[in-house]
Design a protein around this ligand. Structure first.
Ligand SMILES: N[C@@H](CCC(=O)N[C@@H](CS)C(=O)NCC(=O)O)C(=O)O
Length: 209
C-alpha cells in the first residue's frame, strides 16, 4: 500500500496516473496547496521541499518526494513502464529528465505569467510563451517518429502528459502540433489516465483540443 500526498495539479497527477496504470494499491491524502497545507510540519517530514507530490511506501516505511524520483521508484517496484536494460532504459530516463528540467519548470512559469499575471511582466510573458512553443516543437518532432515519448508507453509519458493537459493555460494551439495532439488524445482515452486524472478531485474533466 502506497500513501499518496497530492493535489489536483500536473505534478500530482503524474503519480496518481502511474499508480493506476501499474495497478498498485494506494490511499490518497489531499494536500490543499491553496490553503498552504504543504507547509504543515507533519508534511515537511516526508516532503522537505514542501511541495506535492510525495509518497510513503507502507511496506518499507520509505518516503519520497520529487515526482521523477517517485515515478522511477514505482516503475522499479512494479516492474512496469520502464525497461530494465539497454538503450530503452536510458531513453526513458533521458525524456523523464527532459520533462523534469524543461516541461515542468518552464510550463509552470508560463502558467504563472500567461494565465495568472497577464500584463504585469511582458518580458516574462514573451520568454515563457516562446519557451512553451519551443518545448511543444521538441515534443512534436520526437512524436513524429515515435508512438510515445521514449518509444513504448512509459513513465516519461506519465510525467509529460499531465503538463500538456494544461495547453490552454500555456497559450498553445495544439492543432499546430499534430503529433502532440495525436499522442495527447490517445493517452487521454486510457482508463487508468482518466481515473488518475481525477485524483483527488473527481469533478474535473480532461481538457480536449
Ligand atoms: N519538482 C517537483 C515540483 C513539485 C511542485 O512544484 N509541486 C507544486 C504543485 S504542481 C506544489 O506543491 N506547489 C506548492 C507551492 O508552490 O507552495 C516535482 O516534480 O515533484
Amino acid at each position: 500500500m502506497i500513501d499518496l500526498y497530492t493535489w489536483s495539479t500536473p505534478n500530482g497527477r503524474k503519480v496518481s496516473i502511474a499508480l493506476e496504470e501499474m495497478g498498485m494499491a494506494y490511499e490518497t491524502h489531499p494536500i490543499n496547496i491553496g490553503k498552504d497545507e504543504q507547509f504543515a510540519q507533519a508534511f515537511l517530514k516526508i516532503s522537505p521541499n514542501n511541495r506535492i507530490p510525495a509518497i510513503v511506501d507502507r511496506s518499507s516505511g520509505l518516503s519520497l518526494f520529487e515526482s521523477g524520483a517517485i515515478l522511477l521508484y514505482l516503475a522499479h517496484k512494479s516492474g512496469k513502464f520502464h525497461p530494465r536494460i539497454g538503450e530503452a532504459h536510458w531513453r526513458v530516463i533521458e525524456w523523464l529528465m527532459w520533462q523534469m528540467g524543461g516541461i515542468g519548470p518552464m510550463l509552470g512559469q508560463a502558467h504563472h505569467f500567461l494565465r495568472f499575471n497577464v500584463g504585469k511582466a511582458p518580458y516574462a510573458e514573451e520568454r515563457y510563451g516562446k519557451e512553451a512553443q519551443r518545448l511543444y516543437g521538441v515534443l512534436d518532432r520526437q512524436l513524429a517518429d515515435h508512438p510515445f515519448v521514449a518509444g513504448d508507453y512509459s513513465i516519461a509519458d506519465m510525467a509529460t502528459w499531465p503538463w500538456i493537459a494544461r495547453f490552454e493555460w500555456q497559450g498553445i494551439d495544439m492543432h499546430k502540433f499534430p503529433n502532440v495532439k495525436r499522442w495527447y488524445v490517445d493517452i487521454a482515452q486510457r482508463p487508468a489516465v482518466r481515473k488518475g486524472y481525477k485524483v483527488p478531485d473527481a469533478s474535473v474533466e480532461i481538457p480536449m483540443p
